[in-house]
Design a protein around this ligand. Sequence first.
Ligand code: NI
Length: 177
Amino acid sequence: MSILKVARLGHPVLRAGTRPLSPEEIAAPDLQRLIGDMIETMREYNGVGLAAVQVHDARRIAVLEVADNPRYPEKQAVPLSILINPKIEPLSEEQEEDWEGCLSVPDMRGLVPRYAKIGVQALSHKGEKLEFVAEGFHARVIQHELDHLNGKVYLDRMTDLSTLTHLQEYLRFWSEK
Ligand code: NI
């Protein structure tokens, strides 16, 4: 497996959108290699999620995992998940604000409103149907990754840009720890 280069804000690939995968594409060895590389890249940079578009690939797929993450030490654990062609629907009117960062926007944090509870439909790395409900930080990470698949970044969702903060200042003034 390889650690891939992560596109940073300003690279047109982050705005270009993605295309859904066919069952044949899901079964192809090439896709399984991409998934392995995405997981390795996410872990290398202590991400909690990574969309293929962030590693310059237009396929509609994201990986996520939250486990003892030094960039998000206070967050609930999320098992390793691979979401292909994901769709979400809000299950609450309520949106919550919390801090987000992004490997494509290095060393920054900002407050972003997200639905507290969502329904998720996707295909697994084996092409099996997944359907589940996600809440809290888990729901947040999925909404963040789905935005990437639609050519958006968290900055587009911020309602108050005055909360945009360098990571060092976040840790100093705003972190819960
Ligand atoms: Ni991101």
